[in-house]
Design a protein. Structure first.
Length: 175
């Protein structure tokens, strides 16, 4: 036989569980007991946070923990080509070896990306382009500009931004 005190406690717990379940649905099952306690407190339902935790555990109303998706670093799926320079940054003749890099410049209007090609023979800038997005097209436009200026189609390329530069379009332009 259940005593009247226990029975009254169960009814209170059940009523609280129904309110929590309703609020849980509104929050898409993301509220834990602390946040649920704050919401109930704002609605005028004053209970101890441990009571909220106990009720949520008893009725299976705890927050659903969503796992983060596995982060994939940009460029992991891109084939990387062999480094032709092998840290030999000296050239015997002009336009024999070109290197490219992308830098960013902070401005009041936002970030400006600078893509440049440098000749390793005399460290001169062969070509440069600026853009508001760091993309493969920025690098490809810079390479096209350098080829037009120098009328030379066989420089070797090395880049610190290998995932952007060592892509299929880049390979076709340099071949």
């Amino acid at each position: 036989m259940i005593s009247s005190i226990v029975w009254a406690g169960r009814r209170k717990t059940q009523a609280l569980a129904e309110i929590i379940a309703e609020q849980r649905e509104r929050s898409f099952c993301t509220y834990g007991y602390r946040r649920m306690w704050l919401v109930l407190k704002k609605r005028g339902i004053h209970r101890n946070p441990k009571t909220i935790l106990r009720v949520m555990e008893k009725y299976g109303l705890l927050a659903e923990i969503r796992r983060r998706r596995k982060w994939q670093q940009m460029g992991q799926h891109v084939h990387k080509y062999q480094n032709l320079l092998n840290r030999n940054f000296q050239a015997a003749a002009p336009n024999c070896k070109w290197v490219t890099d992308i830098s960013y410049i902070q401005t009041k209007q936002g970030v400006l990306y600078l893509s440049m090609i440098r000749d390793l023979y005399d460290n001169s800038i062969v070509a440069y382009k600026t853009g508001t997005e760091q993309s493969v097209n920025l690098v490809l436009d810079t390479i096209r500009q350098a080829i037009r200026r120098e009328k030379k189609r066989s420089p070797r390329s090395c880049s610190s931004t290998a995932t952007r530069v060592l892509s299929t379009p880049h390979k076709h332009i340099l071949s």
